[in-house]
Design a protein around this ligand. Structure first.
Ligand SMILES: [Zn+2]
Length: 672
């Protein structure tokens, strides 16, 4: 066998059975392959990433009959279930194969002809138990009580003549190949499983179905009464596609082969035994790597149609967006092991890892850069970024890439989040808002913000393969002019690369979610499904961060989620509380709850504050009242009025009661 190794990275997912309904297992395989593909591309390797659909077989034919459609029309109609899902999940496949495409059909005929010429095919009769849903035969010892050992549905006795592939011929070769290439199947437990399986003699593989029984399949060129068995046909896509891409099949394949196959553990035998043997029969080297990941359970139970607990990835994308789903699936468990899905776990990850750790970091840092250096932007200090940032970046970020390349996705994301945690600690330790008070510390302030902006840029670079849309938003907020697809570890990976940051204000990257997964609203009066009152309706005029608002270091812009840790005194100090006197109060048109107040907090002009207190206070009784105002909250627009502060109030069953001071205090008095 010629050594065909190339610098190309050829990555595949299984081609999914088009008649199936996509579940998170399909999404898991495909997202993992996508992250791997994007990481290789960002490292400068040429990548060919292939996915597709398996469209032949008895089940498709029967479904088409039931729908009164030709099988081709039927598969054309259901194809978007998979194809559209991948585009919604930002899957960056380079090609999409359908087994009904002429290029694939041509390739399968070619394979069959070659195998026949080699003497690896023969006609034989076969009698066995047939499982229709699985489209496969079982022997007497497999079948118990007339049920399929795999899906536990009734099997039927079938005897027919078919075409067989002499698989047994290659068994010794495969065993010795695996003995010298133990790295070819991962994780190691799967390798051991296959070596155990190969201790028993292999039977030959039935690769045909009589046309009379299964009319929907690829014709066998030398046996007109038969079509190709659907599994056999599907498996061949990994070579028929590269064959179709070159001037000759050999030229097309030699560029890409061997492939890295990412699969679920349920199809390990097909890929780790039948497939390399078929390749050997075609004089092609075995795959570079077969990685079999584990299964998703749901709330601790096996996912199955009969239990009704199949998780639809499309519905998750509708509710949460593609990036949080991509992040969760790869962060939650170890790739290779079984993982449990629960909506609660997904929401926790969104609220904690995404909204708190990453989203807040971006909005805080960009808001400070925008506020403190509106004219000049934040320039790189002469000495570049700090040794602390450099050290953290160099220790953690290369791990993200290395761990991804070894398919340890959850550990890759752990490393990246350690870096995000470092940046958050850097904000707290260097307290830019303190530096900002002293004009003599302006250079320090600039250097700290530069570190943080560089840290965010590097986070975006390493996050891009996992969460491309989010990485794009981070780069946009930083005004770094590189498209996500043009990012490169080599070109963009150095800390201290950017000379100047003129940032844009970033909106919230990830809205926090309530227990049902609904976004906690950012605007005061958005209808909400949960019974808890919206900010602004609980007696305080909410001022959550708004996308187009003027800057302020956003800190406590939203209600803390129940599982958040306690804050420290420094956190509390970030909230600027002042006394204010209400000078004017008028209802906000068309709003039942909102009043527009003009509150004097000792500044040149009174502040406009929108408060959801109309049910508890009339405008008249408010004028002249001393109130407590949160003065450094990001302004928010409620019903078209921009609110630049928030009143504190106690929330009771009978409405709200405003906080005031016990003895008289002039407007603008600080509250500690
Ligand atoms: Zn079955």
């Amino acid at each position: 066998m010629a050594d065909l190794r190339t610098p190309w990275v050829y990555l595949t997912t299984p081609i999914y059975y088009v008649n199936d309904v996509p579940h998170i297992g399909h999404a898991y395989t495909t997202i993992a392959a996508d992250v791997l593909a994007r990481t290789h591309r960002q490292g400068g390797a040429p990548v060919f990433f292939l996915t597709g659909t398996d469209e032949h077989g008895q089940k498709v034919w029967q479904s088409a009959e039931r729908h009164g459609l030709s099988p081709q029309l039927y598969v054309d109609r259901i194809l978007p279930r998979f194809r559209d899902l991948w585009s919604r999940l930002a899957i960056s496949n380079d090609d999409f194969v359908r087994t009904t495409q002429p290029r694939h059909i041509k390739g399968v005929s070619e394979v069959l002809t070659r195998l026949r010429e080699k003497g690896d095919l023969y006609e034989g009769s076969y009698e066995g138990w047939y499982c229709l849903p699985d489209e496969r035969f079982w022997t007497d010892k497999d079948v118990e009580n007339g049920l399929c050992p795999d899906c536990h549905r009734p099997v039927e006795r079938i005897s027919e003549t078919n075409i067989f592939f002499r698989m047994s011929r290659y068994q010794d070769w495969l065993v010795s190949w695996y003995e010298s290439h133990p790295e070819a199947i991962r994780p190691e437990s799967r390798y051991n499983e296959i070596m155990g399986f190969l201790k028993k003699p292999l039977s030959d593989l039935c690769i045909s179905r009589p046309k009379s029984r299964v009319p929907w399949g690829i014709p066998i060129p030398f046996a007109p009464d038969y079509v190709t068995y659907v599994w056999f046909d599907a498996l061949l896509n990994y070579v028929t596609v590269p064959w179709s891409l070159g001037a000759t099949p050999e030229e097309g394949l030699s560029r890409l082969w061997p492939a890295v196959h990412i699969i679920g553990k349920d199809i390990l035998t097909t890929h780790a035994v039948y497939w390399p043997i078929l390749l050997a029969a075609l004089d092609l080297p075995p795959p570079r790597l077969i990685f079999a990941h584990g299964w998703w359970t749901v709330d601790g139970e096996k996912m199955s149609k009969s239990r009704g607990n199949v998780v639809d990835p499309g519905a998750l994308v509708d509710l949460f967006g593609a990036d949080p789903v991509r992040f969760f699936l790869l962060r939650e468990g170890q790739f290779g092991q079984d993982v449990d899905f629960s909506r609660e776990a997904l929401i926790n990850r969104i609220n904690r890892d995404l909204a708190n750790d990453l989203g807040n970091l971006l909005s805080r840092v960009t808001a400070m850069a925008f506020r403190y250096f509106p004219e000049t932007g934040v320039a790189r200090p002469e000495a570049g970024c700090s040794p602390a940032l450099k050290e953290a970046a160099e220790a953690l970020l290369p791990q993200v890439r290395l761990r991804t390349l070894s398919l340890e996705f959850h550990r890759a994301l752990q490393s990246l989040w350690e870096f995000v945690a470092f940046l958050n600690r850097h904000v707290d330790a260097r307290a830019p808002w303190v530096l900002a008070r002293d004009p003599a510390l302006r250079e320090d302030l600039s250097a700290v913000l530069y570190d943080l902006l560089e840290g965010l840029r590097l986070t975006g670079l390493y996050l891009a393969p996992f969460m491309p849309e989010t990485a794009g938003k981070i780069m946009e907020a930083l005004e770094v002019p590189a498209g996500i697809s043009l990012l490169s570890y080599e070109t963009h990976g150095l800390p201290g690369l950017e000379a100047l940051y003129r940032v844009r204000l970033a909106g919230a990257l990830f809205p926090k979610r309530d227990a049902q997964g609904n976004p906690l609203s950012e605007e005061g009066e958005k209808p909400r499904k949960s019974s808890s009152p919206a900010p602004g309706e609980s007696g305080t005029a909410a001022a959550a961060p708004a996308k187009d608002s003027a800057p302020a270091p956003a800190v406590l812009g939203e209600a803390p989620a129940p599982e958040e840790p306690p804050i420290n005194y420094a956190d509390f100090q970030k909230v600027q509380l002042k006394t204010g006197v209400v000078r004017e109060a008028v209802p906000v048109p068309k709003s039942k709850k909102l009043l527009r107040l003009s509150v004097d907090i000792g500044e040149a002009e009174p502040r406009t504050v929108v408060a959801g207190i109309s049910g508890s206070y009339s405008p008249e009784e408010l004028v002249g009242k001393t109130v407590v105002v949160v003065a450094n909250l990001t302004p928010a627009t409620l019903m078209g009025v921009t609110s630049r502060g928030m009143l504190l109030a106690a929330s009771t069953e009978n409405g709200v009661s405003l906080l005031t001071v016990d003895r008289s205090a002039p407007p603008g008095s600080g509250i500690k």
